[in-house]
Design a protein around this ligand. Sequence first.
Ligand code: HEC
Ligand code: HEC
Length: 439
Amino acid sequence: MLPEQHDILWTFMTIMLTVFTVIAFINVIKHCREQEGINTKLWGSIFGGFVFISFLCTRHMFTLVQGEQLIFIWTQVGVIFLLLLVWGIFFKSAQIEDQSPPLIRAAFFWLVVGLLLAGYTNWLPQQRSDPPPKGGAQISGDITMEDYAEMGRVIVFGAKQVAGQKAIGKGQCPLCHTFDPGDNIGRCPNLFGVEERSHTRVQEERYLNEPIKVGETDPASGIKKYAKTGEDYIRESLECPSCYVVKGYGKAGDTKSPMPVIVKPPISLSPIEVNAVIAWLQSKDTPGDFSKVTVPLPSAEDSAAQAEEAPAEEEGDKPIFVTGTEDIQAMINTLGCPLCHTIPGVEGAVGELGPVLHEKTNAPNRIADPRYEGKATNTKEYVRESILDPGAYVVMNEAEGELFPDGVMPQNFKNMLSVEALDKLVDFISNTEAPPEEG
Ligand code: HEC
Ligand code: HEC
């Protein structure tokens, strides 16, 4: 698997900035030694502090992927500007301005050139095309459990990675879920350890009786609640999210799940694909060990039937990008908005994790809200801002009496939309309103 891409230029710049703080430190110490009456300890620790902070910034930079690096670099640039300022004060207080090294001027120069360069390369389209990894989403002939789990992983994360984008495959799971310990984006359970808890969940009193009893039919999916084993539990979570709602993650007092039914549009995974995802979920926490996987491998006939039904669909392999030539319904489905939003005029858009999009009426109210601190002055600007920078204003969930979770709506739609596509989307969303009352 390709890791999400780091931007070499940004990473390089942070290293250079740290080197620069070290040079500044050495320079200051040198001056302190040469001059009488300068407080060496004080200035030494101030500039030592800069070195330390800059080092921490650089270390942090290595853990980030491109989109985040782009935001974080400003922290470090700020540190450097502060350092230059303090450096100036140092020379002034020691009355040795004339000895201030050309390095200060050089630093300013390189900072500006570096940022312009980096800005430019980031502005270029960031698409990569790597050869498809072996054992991709196709199944043919004899496959091993490792191949099958890999197929599941590709359904979840996609086969290809695009710099600056979250890895998302046809299953769309990472839109809501995280998978590594300690990694949490709010409203959806982290799926680390789901294999383990799948076995205990089905024994729980709460599982057996809430929100519906085992054997009763869930109206949203039409499925009779059935899970007895861990495998059943995971499958049921995908086919019938509201059969059981993880405590604290549901709506209406945890009786309704905001998770879409994965076997229905727009995601529509086939039974073979669902099993592949289960195989991956059951084995992902124990890399290389597939002994916990209980789903059967697909038989040759299954594979043939699947190939016939969905001929070599490679949807999940392409980076998500819309150009604006698509019709609006296709565009919105590709972007995944319907998974979280109910959108009038878009078939199948019944998502419940975010607010219902009635922006013709909502947007003016949001802007008028005293809590609003964004820059929009009209509906279109508000919608554009909500798409490009969802954190600019966090909507109140009136039904639950609390704010919608911030950070759940993806922050990187700007990388997935051409200028035309964004205009088209903003036009459409700005005109959404509640359908006229029936009767
Ligand atoms: C629109 C957001 C969303 C998407 C997309 C989504 N889920 Fe979920 N999922 C949730 C929420 C919210 C819950 C918690 C409520 C519940 O139990 O249904 C949940 C619960 C689960 C659970 C039960 C977790 C537990 O701790 O018991 C599993 C398993 C799961 N999801 C798997 C998946 C997989 C696999 C995919 C992709 C094929 C996926 N989900 C896509 C929102 C989402
Ligand atoms: C993973 C779930 C998720 C996805 C996918 C998503 N959103 Fe959101 N969206 C939210 C949440 C949660 C909020 C409310 C919190 C906030 O304001 O940031 C929100 C808020 C909004 C708002 C502000 C609504 C209002 O009434 O003020 C707009 C507009 C919006 N989203 C449009 C979109 C569009 C267009 C897309 C697809 C390109 C999209 N969203 C995809 C979860 C999502």
